[in-house]
Design a protein around this ligand. Structure first.
Ligand SMILES: Cc1cc2nc3c(=O)[nH]c(=O)nc-3n(C[C@H](O)[C@H](O)[C@H](O)COP(=O)(O)OP(=O)(O)OC[C@H]3O[C@@H](n4cnc5c(N)ncnc54)[C@H](O)[C@@H]3O)c2cc1C
Length: 400
């Protein structure tokens, strides 16, 4: 095999390319990305990047000189418009055709548009360009409204609050971050936002955004409305699967791949946010949208593409920063039936989640060391005695 092409210039792409070189692949690697910028990290875009008075540097995944040193070509500002699996060829919007021996699709996702009247007045936050537009507004508008109480909406709300804005968050769900936390976690998140002065309107559905003098008016299904300077739509992502579908690959919510990242078409792989991957520990396909998954799935699939296949079995892990609290979630939070809480000396806490007597996941708030310990327990498949977990006098490290 001589030629690898990676479609999508994000974090997954860059990690896959590096992993191929790490695995001693000496052929050509070309990353084709729609965005002009070298692959960058998205997490800062909803956090410190928005806060700064002057525009911070772009948080690159990897510097240009390192890419050059590894002979990885980045072709930015280039949209791939079609794939021909038969010819082993992709087409770019410029008309250029590129041949591949192996192809990786790491096309990620785009912000899901708000399904309401006036959606065009809302900002979204996925790319550097989105962050630039939003940063300008957060530094000039006294009031912002986030539609969606998921990670992006809440992180942006927290950032806006720190910048001194009045903030309203609207979500039809009864709890914030209800897709990714247990009820104890969502209650905690609700509390930190309310304590920070965020006007959190849960169980309320926005129905329209309309211009109103020099502002915007968000109206809701309960008859209330919010006059605001900026609306941020944070209702999740749509996976960029269109290329794969048009090429006849199997696609469900994401591009369906096995534990090595192989799609239903020979020599075509997919990884990162766009992939719906078979996860051996759960014996089913999963989707994930997180920084560590983009990194580790990219590394695993990159290696598999050049003959160093290992089944991908990384446990879920993500973090979010809100109002000075770092929340980390590891493992599985599905069908939890018992949770044990442990306080930490510095005012944080960690929740150990159990399913049918087995420790399967955790939620940590300002408890990074304990979180790392919980990860070790999970990775070694260890279920400690719940009583000892709750007893702060017993050091966690003695439980391994
Ligand atoms: C604002 C923000 C904050 C986040 N914060 C956190 C956090 O705190 N913790 C956490 O765990 N995760 C966080 N994440 C999630 C994490 O950043 C993503 O999971 C990760 O970026 C996914 O990487 P990816 O490379 O798979 O996809 P993406 O980052 O979406 O990259 C895909 C790239 O492919 C390009 N592309 C798509 N189609 C084509 C095409 N046809 N031709 C060429 N190029 C194409 C896109 O333009 C894009 O550049 C955050 C995400 C965002 C947006």
């Amino acid at each position: 095999m001589e030629k690898v092409i990676i479609v999508g210039g994000g974090q997954t792409a860059m990690n896959a390319a590096m992993s191929m070189r790490q695995s001693d692949f000496e052929g050509s690697i070309v990353i084709v990305g729609e965005e002009e910028t070298l692959p960058y990290e998205r997490p800062p875009l909803s956090k410190e990047w928005l806060k700064s008075d002057v525009e911070p540097n772009v948080p690159l995944v990897c510097r240009r000189d390192i890419l050059e040193d590894r002979h990885i070509t980045f072709q930015g500002g280039a949209v791939v418009t079609s794939i021909s699996p038969e010819k082993h060829q992709i087409a770019l919007s410029s008309g250029q055709l590129l041949d591949y021996d192996a192809l990786l699709l790491s096309t990620g996702g785009r912000a899901r548009p708000l399904p309401i009247e006036g959606a065009e007045y809302a900002n979204c936050l996925r790319t550097l360009a989105d962050a630039r537009a939003l940063r300008a507004k957060l530094h000039s508008q006294p009031h912002v409204t986030c539609i969606g109480a998921g990670v992006i909406g809440l992180e942006t709300a927290a950032t806006a609050r720190e910048l001194g804005c009045e903030v309203t968050v609207i979500d039809p769900a009864a709890q914030p971050m209800s897709r990714c936390l247990t009820s104890e976690g969502t209650a905690f998140v609700e509390n930190i936002h309310r304590s920070a002065g965020v006007d959190l309107r849960l169980g309320v559905k926005p129905v329209a955004i309309r211009p109103d003098d020099n502002a915007l008016l968000v109206t809701c299904d309960d008859g209330t409305s919010v006059r605001t300077g900026c609306v941020i739509g944070g209702i999740g992502i749509v996976r960029n699967t269109e290329l794969a579908s048009a090429a006849g690959l199997e696609v469900r919510t994401g591009i369906v791949v096995d534990e090595y990242g192989r799609t239903s078409s020979p020599d075509i792989y997919a990884a990162g946010d766009v992939a719906e991957f078979y996860f051996p520990p759960a014996q089913k396909h999963l989707i994930r949208e997180s920084w560590r998954h983009a990194q580790n799935h990219g590394i695993a699939v990159g290696a598999a593409m050049v003959g160093m296949a290992q089944p991908y079995s990384d446990l879920q892990w993500f973090w979010t920063d809100q109002h000075g609290v770092r929340i980390e979630v590891g493992g599985s939070l599905d069908q939890i039936d018992r949770t044990y809480r442990r306080e930490t000396p510095k005012g944080g806490f960690i929740l150990f989640h159990f399913r049918r007597g087995k420790f399967v996941g955790y939620t940590a708030a300002n408890a990074r060391a304990d979180g790392r310990f919980a990860e070790k327990l999970l990775s070694t498949n260890t279920t400690p005695d719940p009583q000892t977990l709750e007893d702060m006098q017993i050091p966690l490290k003695t439980l391994l």
